[in-house]
Ligand binder design. Structure first.
Ligand code: AKG
Ligand code: FE2
Length: 361
């Protein structure tokens, strides 16, 4: 096979950059630690949003029990998702040097929007074998974009409009479900402008060499938002959810065409005083010669939004388990922890000492 010229290579140099981790002694341990995946998987609850009578209760139950569920009849048109997939593939197909050089015109304001690998990783478990565009929804168009990126911009705007509508509707139902209150989508303080969209690409690990040991396309994490809407854009699969933290049981989430995946983020767990669960999830590296694409929409508030636990007597626990914090404070703390320790400590940082432990962190 012809060797691709360096400047045309589309993959980020994951292998060369993380060789020290891939060749390290941890490789053996990770190769052995291979039996915790539930390959058969369990089917996440599927909730039909047209089924008005049952969907609210089902959602409240799934958010407490699983922290993850799938929705059908969600109102995000399939042709739009297909178009995003096509545009996303084209953007990631550009040479790495080009992706590195600058932001996608008209889409994001900073070069940091393009991310690859895990610069802070100190061990293989912290290494994400993937590349992503992290797109704040505040960004407006400025100047001419090339054909590929402007097409992406249009479709990103339409998808994010549809997904933010859906995410706000779901957050409203979940918040109202805490105390049988009226739904109020404004209550969590998110607007489309405060949200993010992330386009993910997971290249296959090379079939030979130390990189066989890179297991995670995205290592285990919780999302730092209220609610995430996720679309697995192909049938490759690889998303896993930590179903039982004590037993360390990871459940594979098989792609379900037509359904979107919804998960509770850290802010909703704190807001609900642990009634809803922000569950760890991860993506395993696709098998040789495969690659995977996904898109995630993060429902976030403005940085100055105060998050405080809503204690409900009906939930049986009226003691706040977290101190109040702003979203900006939360993000800064997460960034600082990752910088200093290589990992996110998340809600633990804000937990009131002596309150019951919440498990899924
Ligand atoms: O690609 C996936 O299936 C998961 C993506 C994800 O968890 C994220 O972007 O936070
Ligand atoms: Fe996530």
């Amino acid at each position: 096979m012809l060797k691709v010229k360096e400047e045309e290579e589309e993959n980020p140099p994951l292998m060369a950059t993380y060789k020290h981790l891939l060749d390290g002694p941890e490789q053996q341990r990770l190769l052995l630690d291979n039996n915790d995946d539930d390959e058969d998987g369990q089917v996440l609850p599927v909730i039909d949003l047209h089924d008005d009578e049952h969907c609210r209760a089902a959602m409240v139950h799934a958010a407490s029990e699983w922290g993850f569920f799938q929705v059908t009849n969600h109102g995000v048109p399939q042709p739009l998702l297909d178009e995003l997939h096509e545009a996303q593939v084209a953007v990631f197909r550009r040479p790495f040097q080009c992706k590195l050089r600058g932001p996608l015109q008209g889409l994001e304001s900073s070069p940091e929007s393009y991310r690859w690998g895990t610069p802070t990783a100190t061990c293989l478990e912290q290494l994400s074998w993937s590349e992503a565009y992290h797109i704040p929804m505040t960004t407006t168009s400025d100047g001419a974009a090339d054909t590929k990126t402007s097409r992406l911009r249009l479709v990103v705007e339409e998808v994010s409009a549809a997904m933010s509508k859906l995410a706000m509707q779901l957050a409203g139902i979940l918040v109202a479900g805490l105390d049988n209150e009226e739904e109020d989508t404004a209550v969590v303080g998110c607007t489309r402008d405060t949200c993010f969209l992330r386009l993910n690409r997971y290249p296959a690990a090379p079939a030979s060499g130390g990189a066989k040991a890179a297991r995670f396309g995205l290592c285990a994490h919780t999302d730092s938002d209220f609610v995430t809407i996720l679309h697995q854009q192909d049938a490759v699969g690889g998303l896993q959810v930590l179903k039982d933290k004590e037993a360390g049981r990871w459940v594979a989430v098989r792609p379900n065409p037509g359904a979107l995946i919804v998960n509770v983020g850290d802010l909703l767990q704190a807001w609900s005083n642990d009634r809803y669960r922000s569950i760890q999830h991860r993506v395993v590296v696709p098998a040789a010669a495969a690659e995977r694409f996904s898109v995630a929409f993060f429902l976030c508030p403005a940085d100055d939004r105060l998050i405080r636990p809503h204690c409900t007597t009906s939930g049986g626990d009226d003691t706040p388990r977290y101190r109040s914090f702003t979203f900006g404070e939360y993000r800064n703390q997460v960034r600082e922890d990752v910088r200093l320790t290589g990992r996110k400590l998340g809600l633990q940082r804000f937990r009131i000492e002596g309150s019951s432990s919440c498990g899924p962190l």
